[in-house]
Design a protein. Sequence first.
Length: 391
Amino acid sequence: MITHKMKILYHHRIASKDGQYVHIEELITALKALGHEIIMAEPEATEQKGFGASSNSVKLMRTLLPGFLHEFIEFSYALFDFAKLVPLILKHKPDVIYERYNLFFPSGIWAKKLFKLPLLLEVNAPLFEERKKHDGIQLDWLAKWSETYVWKQADHVLPVTRVLAEKIIAAGVPEHRITIIPNGINQQRFGRAIDSTDVIERYQLKNKLVLGFTGFVRDWHRLDKVVQAIADNQGRNWHLLLVGDGPARDAIEQQAASLGISDRVSITGIVDRDEVARYVAVFDIALQPDVVAYASPLKLFEYMVLGKAIIAPDRANIREILTHRSDALLFNPNEEQAFTEQLRELCFDENLRQRLGLAAAQTLDEKKLYWQENAKRIGNLIGPLAASKSH
């Protein structure tokens, strides 16, 4: 246990209960377990939502309003948020601010400067680049300024991958103020004995080779390749189990129906976080068909802790965690047939599946990719920063 217990103001703007919030809750739980006191500064409605819920008001605003207007409102929220932070800080007198980075969100930096508090900034994505690519940004100058300003003004920046760290360095943040902390796994949640009998019975998975995927499925995940591979091997007992939901669900179901294999594809819909392990436990092969180039995918650690044979794209962020043919099969994402070929190899080679699965669990342990370890590393960063600000 640590000797210096800190009072941490945990600051974020996540309005949805999804994978982003998993990170928040797990890290908070781990920090509290180390004896730190956590004061939350977050949207009020977040606590009441069930897992998988998103912010309807944000969706509505982005749908109905012109881009420049909802971006201006988004930035204006920082003023409202700053007005909330000031009394919180005056009341609780935290030692440090820990913030999950968001675009148009400089209020934490304003509070840090006003109260001379250290601020650690967790960065999960280069959001200006991401939103510019997918949703479009109208107020480019304001969005870019807010991102660079927050990154540079934070006392220490915590990107989840080296790929992301390089982007932050390119924006002008010195490398000595950056520490890479990947996502992790809760050993307690996934480490206990798991009974998956009802999952096997419900989806008729007994004696099936289960190709599994968890999370919010999008078209770019290319699960259509998995469905096609199952159809191309009609005499085999292969079965796709998709644990989650998402915009690609309808296309997957339609493809399976058109190929006459609907009975070999099961989609659960959103599953409560506490139940996910029971589903992953039945996987024979764990699918990560594609990944955002700078992400640290939560599902990857869930697959690893349960000792699953993983197939994933050979991208730099994945290579930070896994090694081809050592603890996973990594395929070339630029070759159309590479994924299918390696998927077939795993399907036909039980010994390879077992070896890779055992090695993946060992890698997780060797690299200490646990939320508890992340909390320790953050605690070790907070102490010196808080001490330097107090002098």
